[in-house]
Design a protein around this ligand. Structure first.
Ligand code: KG4
Ligand code: ZN
Length: 366
């Protein structure tokens, strides 16, 4: 009998499964012989309603919610794609990083489908999936400089190819999405915080002079904990907050964040230009949930253009967690024959650049 690793066609159809945080998602993606991709179906169910009363994602609730609906979402994605499991070329599921309970749900389900249908299985790195999404949405191929900004990660990376990453910078405390979420909670803006802060900031004036963390530092690392504390102190001084105070604080927070992130990205652009060498086209990609922020996108686009980089960002619905990006990362790895055994473990902590050192001390976010 043939092993599932054999007979991999240039044209492939991959089922993707995403359960690493608070979105349950299943998708079918096709990879064409010219390396371009098509989303055939992409079903996403968010769990925000379940977590809202707690003001943040509760891991146990997330895992149970994935169990409740993942099989239904896979059925929906397959029905929409109008194919059977036997028509697939591989199954890809997120193996990490993320919340362990949810990861187990998705990984075990993906393995079971692969085993029962005798298909290759691919254990996908969630951040790699964010990193490669521009290949699916606009056919952009590495190398490029990537700013990855999500609820759990804030990194600047040179992407050289699937599995080939050089981390230039990371956060020494909170992730950017986390800073948005905590600020939203503090201002009573609800959950998830990023879109709520962005919305509140639209009606606000940047009247508070909040710190711009890490400005001018030679290494393109990030820090947001001090900024969050500054927002809290300002809010405490103003209490009780009027609606206009909330809007102004949101606007001031967002402006400080964007100034800091733009400064860090400018530094990384200089470093990446040097590392990639002359003759390599300079491309700057922003991905991850926070990349949905319009002000951030606008500022980073202007910065990239000023520095001779082209600017690329997936459409907002593919910036936040979805299984189309997992299926696509799976298809890219399948094309490189990077297939995983069914014993592939969940990896709640899993650095993208295995050589990267902690920004300060040990145990800092990888
Ligand atoms: O990538 P993602 O969907 O999940 C993780 O892998 O973490 O990112 C979610 C994060 C949350 O912190 C959310 O508040 C933030 O992205 N986010 C935003 C916006 N939309 C989502 N942050 C700022 N502005 C937004 N419009
Ligand atoms: Zn994500």
């Amino acid at each position: 009998m043939d092993s599932p690793e054999q007979n991999i066609p240039d044209f492939s159809i991959v089922l993707g499964i995403e359960t690493s945080c608070d979105e349950t998602s299943a998708a079918v993606v096709a990879r064409l012989p010219d390396g371009s991709g098509r989303i055939v179906s992409n079903v996403v169910r968010t769990q925000w309603e379940r977590h809202r009363p707690y003001g943040g994602v509760v891991p146990e609730i997330a895992a149970r919610a994935h169990v409740e609906c993942l099989d239904i979402l896979i059925q929906e994605a397959m029905r929409e794609a109008d194919i059977a499991f036997a028509d697939l070329d591989a199954v890809a599921a997120t193996a990490g990083p993320g919340l362990i309970g949810g990861l187990i749900v998705g990984l075990v389900t993906g393995k079971a489908i692969a085993l029962a249908s005798r298909l290759p299985f691919i254990a996908v790195h969630h951040l790699e999936a964010h990193a490669l999404t521009v290949g699916l949405t606009e056919g952009l191929r590495p190398p490029y400089l990537l700013l990855l900004v999500s609820g759990g990660h804030t990194q600047l990376l040179i992407v050289r190819g699937a599995g080939d990453y050089e981390r230039l910078g990371t956060t020494i405390d909170d992730a950017l999405g986390e800073a948005f979420d905590k600020t939203a909670k503090l201002l009573g803006l609800g959950f998830p915080g990023g879109p709520a802060v962005e919305q509140a900031a639209r009606g606000g004036n940047e009247r508070f002079d909040l710190p711009r963390p890490m400005l001018g530092r030679p290494e393109p690392h990030f820090s947001f904990a001090g900024l969050k504390t500054a927002v809290r102190r300002t809010a405490e001084q103003l209490a009780p907050l009027k609606p206009q105070d909330v809007a102004d604080l949101a606007a001031s927070f967002q402006a400080a964040v964007i100034a800091s992130v733009a400064d860090r990205c400018a530094r990384a652009m200089d470093i990446a230009a040097e590392r990639l060498g002359s003759g390599t086209p300079l491309r700057f990609v922003v991905a991850g949930g926070v990349a949905a922020n319009e002000r951030l996108r606008g500022s980073l686009r202007a910065l990239a253009e000023k520095r001779g980089y082209t600017f690329h960002v997936p459409p907002a619905q593919l910036c936040s967690d979805n299984a189309a990006m997992i299926a696509w990362a799976g298809a890219e790895r399948l094309a490189l024959r990077l297939i995983d055994p069914l014993g592939a473990p969940v990896r709640p902590r899993w650095p993208l650049d295995l050589d990267a050192q902690p920004a300060i001390g040990a145990g800092v976010k990888a």
